[in-house]
Design a protein around this ligand. Sequence first.
Ligand code: ADP
Length: 212
Amino acid sequence: MSPIELNKRQNEILDIVKGNGPITGEQIAERLSLTRSTLRPDLAILTMAGFLDARPRVGYFYSGKKTSQAISDNIAQMMVKDFQSIPVVVDESMMVYDAICHMFLEDVGSLFVLDKNSLLSGVLSRKDFLRTSIGNQDLNKIPVHMIMTRMPNITYCLKEDTLIEVAKKLMSRQIDSLPVVKEGKDGLEVIGRITKTNITRAFLSLSDDHDL
Ligand code: ADP
């Protein structure tokens, strides 16, 4: 979806109509010291793009209908910090059996693993647990650090990142969630969690904001 770039005059017209609508083409032209025919192409663009509505014998008014421009602006401004969830973390030394119970109890699809300095060291997903469970091993004797995906192979994001950046990472790495971290000199502090569910919630909020 390519956003429509309005030129200076089209923006002026929009401001006039927002403040004074309904207003006729002649009246808009008068305010801009232009002729009606000079304005005709701009009014046509603004009407076709959904910024303005025109009614015969009434004039132009701001449609209030959210346009593709408004929706794309809205998407571009969605930030991790506005949609993130609370992270669920476990210690590296926790046994796989206990971590599986923890995942069930917390009702999440991934756990973040912290080292003894409380910095991010790994990620555990449902598939990691399934893989370990179908082997003939005692889950009470395997610590999670043996089976987790570990640093530096963890994909993460910052709270100031956009949801679009997160969505691209989730899709390209084929994963379900990212830890939201604060970068320090010794490592990464986990401050949040962003998942496909958060992205879906953001997507739905667009439909509320734009009457879709
Ligand atoms: P599921 O196991 O439910 O399909 P994922 O697709 O998220 O969940 O996980 C697939 C694999 O990717 C697992 O081995 C997991 O440890 C790893 N993984 C999950 N999240 C991340 C991440 N943010 N960075 C790196 N690896 C990850």
